[in-house]
Each structure stands twice: as C-alpha cells, then as structure tokens.
Design a protein around this ligand. Structure first.
Ligand code: HEC
Length: 247
C-alpha cells in the first residue's frame, strides 16, 4: 500500500513539474540551437518509425520509373522543393540555412523507399517545415514528383536542367501538367546558385512563399510575365531578400 502511495505521489510531482516547465518559458524554442543528441534521436526515431509504419502500406504505381512520369515530376520538384532540398549544382539556399532540422539534400539517395517518400510528400512532417503537399496537390502530381526524386540522385546539373526546362515547341502551360501557378520561391533560392538564368526581372521576393492560394486560382495563370509589370513598379524595398545580401 505504501509503495502504491509513493508511486502516486511521484506521478503527481512529475506531472506538476511538467506543467510548470511548459508554463515557465524556460525552454528556448529557437531554431538556432541544435537539439541535444538524445532529443535528436527521439524525434528522428519517432518520425522514421511513423513514416515506415504508414509508407509500407502505400501501393506504389508500376510505372514509377517511366520517363514520362519523371519528366512530369521534374518541374514540380524544381518549383516546390529546391529551396529546401537542393538540386545538382546548388549547395545551399537562404531558406534551408535557417531551418532546424536541416532538410536533407534529395540529390543524395536517402533511406526511405518510394512508398514512404510519397507518404511524406503527401502528409508532411509536423514541426519540421516539411509541408503536406496533399493539401494542394492530387496523388497523380505527387507520384510524378516521387518518380522524379528516385532519379534525382543520379542526375548531373546539365541533365537536371534539361529535364526541368520545357521541350522546345511544347507550350509552357502544359509542361508540368498543372493548371495553376506554383508560387515563386526565387527569393529563397539565391545562396550558392551556380547558374542563374532568370534573375533579370523586378522583385521576385514579392511572390516568395506567398502561399498562392492555388486551389482557388481558377484562371490558369502559369504566366509569371503577366505579373511582372506590377511587381516591377512596386517599391523595391525588399529586393535584398532576392539577392542573398543581408544589408
Ligand atoms: C520549407 C522547406 C521544405 C520544403 C519546401 C519541402 N520540404 Fe521536404 N522536408 C523538409 C524538412 C525539414 C524535412 C526533414 C524532416 C525531418 O527530418 O524530420 C523534409 C523531409 C523530406 C523527405 C524525407 C527525406 C529523408 O530521406 O529523410 C522527403 C522525401 C521530402 N522532404 C520531399 C519533399 C518534396 C518532394 C518537396 C516538394 C514537393 C519538399 N519536400 C518540400 C522541408 C521541406
């Protein structure tokens, strides 16, 4: 009986300490500090096991390795993922440097299989910055991107560029098979970019990460140029976001 009573008191003390800790503000949530190695292990292992349990039940399409799937996924990856997950020839970005955990470079093969990767892309990972793309994109789009990231680790910079650029003669609108604008992450992309072909326009930072309520965008825009005159005439106060300088 005494033992049961002691266990009960201990439980209450632990619960109260936890409550006090949460309310005190003692824990520093800054993304600048590394987690402790125990914290890192606990978070990473929880994530890995959670993804494995769910990703192993996903049916992987048989045509995942087809050139058509990979080509369709290339532009989606280039527009949505590069700012965090890099591409051949790009060593870091403004956005990636400030994130904790640091998004892994998908130019190197990771431990997850295609079913698990698809699950992550669709569902996202809480409290990490990895978005749930299933909120805005259907499974077909996400399988194409999954197909592309299977190929990505073996691509050279030139092969990547060729896959991402629309083929000559193909209408730009049709090249990723989507009917909406993905949003422009240019402002997050500048650091370490080895070849920069499209920085000539006004103030790309204006569009960066704006969310682009894509689901409700019924007029198939896809034409950045339509917006450029407006962007260029606005004050360029935040241009420094676009060029990687910190002044
Ligand atoms: C804002 C940053 C951000 C963007 C944009 C982003 N991700 Fe992520 N992603 C992350 C972070 C951070 C992690 C690591 C989470 C962790 O370790 O718990 C991650 C993890 C992943 C993983 C698991 C990698 C591994 O092997 O551990 C995959 C696959 C992935 N992302 C795919 C994508 C794809 C595809 C896109 C674009 C459609 C994308 N991500 C866009 C931040 C991002």
């Amino acid at each position: 009986m005494r033992i049961l009573y002691s266990i009960f008191v201990l439980g209450v003390v632990l619960a109260l300490s936890g409550f006090a800790f949460i309310h005190s503000g003692v824990y520093n949530v800054t993304a600048m500090d590394e987690h402790s190695s125990l914290g890192k292990w606990a978070l990473h292992t929880t994530m890995k096991n959670s993804v494995e349990a769910r990703g192993s039940e996903v049916d992987v399409p048989s045509n995942l390795a087809s050139e058509e799937m990979i080509r369709q996924g290339a532009r989606g990856y280039d527009q949505l993922c590069v700012a965090c997950h890099l591409k051949p020839g790009l060593e870091d970005t403004l956005l990636r440097q400030g994130l904790n955990p640091t998004p892994p470079s998908l130019t190197e093969a990771g431990a997850f299989g295609p079913g698990e990767q698809f699950w992550i892309i669709k569902n996202g990972i809480k409290m990490t910055g990895m978005p749930a793309w299933g909120v805005t994109h259907d499974d077909k789009d996400l399988w194409e991107i999954t197909a592309f990231i299977q190929r990505l680790p073996s691509l050279s910079e030139a092969e990547y560029t060729r896959l991402v650029q629309p083929e000559p003669g193909v209408q730009a609108k049709a090249d990723d098979g989507h009917d909406h604008d993905h949003g422009n992450m240019d402002g997050m992309m500048m650091m370490g970019e080895s070849s920069q072909g499209e920085s000539s326009h006004g103030a790309p930072g204006h569009h960066a990460m704006s969310g682009q309520d894509s689901a409700s965008q019924s007029e198939a825009s896809g034409h950045h140029s339509e917006k450029e005159p407006k962007a260029a005439s606005e004050p360029k106060a935040d241009d420094h976001y676009a060029d990687g300088h910190s002044h």
